[in-house]
Design a binder for this molecule. Structure first.
Ligand SMILES: CC(C)(COP(=O)(O)OP(=O)(O)OC[C@H]1O[C@@H](n2cnc3c(N)ncnc32)[C@H](O)[C@@H]1OP(=O)(O)O)[C@@H](O)C(=O)NCCC(=O)NCCS
Length: 438
């Protein structure tokens, strides 16, 4: 058994025993009360899922196994001479709860290289799609086509013992993560570079190889990809793409189906697609204003016009966060460290000064601050990746790390089929209304 799998098995077995006993003892203890506002309001804040890999605090932001993004930037292993954390290290941390050594991260990088082969039929599926197909649709199609390789599906059909679910899920998670940069880069090159594909470079780590296959030459772009693919990886379990993975996985659908479904959720403009919407909105603003260097007053006017047209300001607001997103701050710090004199970055920073007071003044927006998507597009544009319809695919490559590590845990801990209760409005009127009157 490989060393990561072995470590995971040890941790998972110990936690499964502890959790089983705890569940038995406390099964009837109330965790939370659910209000009618939450029933109608997208279940905000309802505590109803176990998700081991990360937890989100409204003020502090995301912590992966207890570590904040600034802490991880310091302590996760880096590429030689690199300043940014390697996503391999974050995956290791999320999966087994330990900061890996340099050697462990190197081992994981090598594993993903060995597992990165993409079957020919996946490229054929992609090539059969019209070039105008949205990159997220291409991504989802490719992931679904890869399901032919599922170890879990094959072994389940052969009669897999429950106690082995985690093992087959681990294999699927590792294989799927390993193949994603190749698939994502293939989509980029076929859609925007006439199918002029770039072969993988096996001397590079997972993120740097992705940067290489996209065809972006500037060396700092590899650093950006390491940071980008680390900070987008996980945002606890309730966000739409994580929860979708969890829900589909709970039916014992394999990692490929679960992750393809998750990418459908990520492709919504209120979730991952917001990263393309931000830069589309910024480009539109610069066109309308006729300048690359708008003043704060001009930006404010454009923001007000967007709101007056009944649209949201993309990249601002969050269902949980109530402060600027630390993932936004990490990208701002990256821009400060690596980039001088970029109009597009300046526009994002000025917008950051303008938007929050305007959203606050509406009196209904719970979080007027920027989220992760407010900054990512400006960095990509700076390095020449201007095709914003592609951005959510990059988010998806990263999101695989968190949701698939969590899927391994769900199978190892034997979590059951997810099946919450729905009610009709008549039921609400008859029951909740009657209770209130009484
Ligand atoms: C992320 C988001 C979906 C969270 O939704 P939520 O939890 O319902 O947010 P709130 O409770 O603050 O929403 C209350 C109201 O403020 C509005 N609001 C929230 N964020 C807003 C924004 N960025 N611009 C304009 N209005 C916004 C909501 O649309 C809602 O209006 P309504 O009552 O007329 O329907 C929301 O902030 C949003 O649409 N943001 C823009 C898209 C985005 O950046 N998504 C990426 C998230 S990481």
């Amino acid at each position: 058994m490989d060393p990561l799998k072995q470590k995971f098995q040890e941790k998972a077995q110990a936690l499964a025993i502890e959790m089983k006993a705890f569940r038995k003892e406390h099964a009837n203890v109330k965790v939370d009360e659910v209000t009618l506002g939450q029933v109608f309001g997208g279940m905000r804040g309802v505590k109803s899922m176990i998700w081991e890999t990360s937890q989100l605090d409204p003020i502090e932001g995301i912590r992966f196994r207890g570590y904040s993004i600034p802490e991880l930037k310091k302590i996760l292993p880096k590429a030689p001479n690199g300043k940014e954390p390697l996503p391999e290290g974050l995956f290791w941390l999320m999966l087994v709860g330990e900061i890996p050594t340099e050697e462990e991260v190197k081992w994981l990088s090598d594993q993903w290289k060995r597992r990165s082969a993409v079957p020919e039929h996946t490229f054929k599926v992609l090539d059969s799609l019209p070039i105008t197909t949205h990159p997220m649709t291409q991504f989802i199609s490719a992931i679904t086509s890869l399901q032919t390789e599922s170890v879990f599906a094959r072994r389940y059909a052969e009669g897999l013992n429950k106690s082995e679910y985690w093992d087959a899920t681990y294999e699927d998670a590792m294989n799927l993560i390993a193949s994603l940069p190749r698939i994502a880069a293939y989509i980029y090159r076929r859609t925007y570079h006439n199918g002029d594909h770039i072969q993988p470079d096996i001397s590079l780590d997972w993120a740097a190889n992705f940067a290489h296959m996209l065809g972006v030459k500037k060396p700092d772009f590899k650093s950006l990809m390491r940071l980008y693919l680390t900070i987008h990886a996980d945002h606890e379990g309730g966000n739409a793409s994580a929860h979708t993975t969890h829900l589909i996985g709970s039916t014992l659908s394999d990692a490929y189906h679960s992750f393809a479904g998750a990418m459908g959720a990520l492709a919504g403009p209120l979730h991952g697609l917001a990263n393309q919407e931000v830069i589309k909105w910024v480009f539109n603003m610069l066109d309308v204003l006729g300048t690359r260097q708008p003043t704060k007053e001009q930006i404010a006017e454009f923001v007000n016009n967007t709101l007056a047209a009944g649209k949201v300001i993309p990249g601002y607001g969050h269902a949980v966060l109530r402060q600027p997103d630390p993932r936004f701050t990490a990208q701002k710090n990256f821009a400060q460290d690596y980039i001088q004199n970029s109009d597009i970055v300046e526009v994002v920073w000025k917008t950051f000064e303008v938007v929050p007071p305007i959203l606050q003044s509406l009196g209904k927006v719970k979080n007027p601050w920027p989220n992760v998507d407010a900054h990512s597009g400006a960095l990509l544009v700076h390095y020449g990746v201007t095709e914003y319809s592609y951005y959510t695919v990059m988010f998806g490559v990263s999101r695989a790390l968190g949701v698939l590590a969590a899927l391994c845990w769900s199978r190892a801990l034997g979590f059951p089929l997810e099946r919450p209760k729905s009610v009709t409005f008549d039921w609400v009127k008859n029951n909740v209304g009657a209770e209130a009157k009484a």
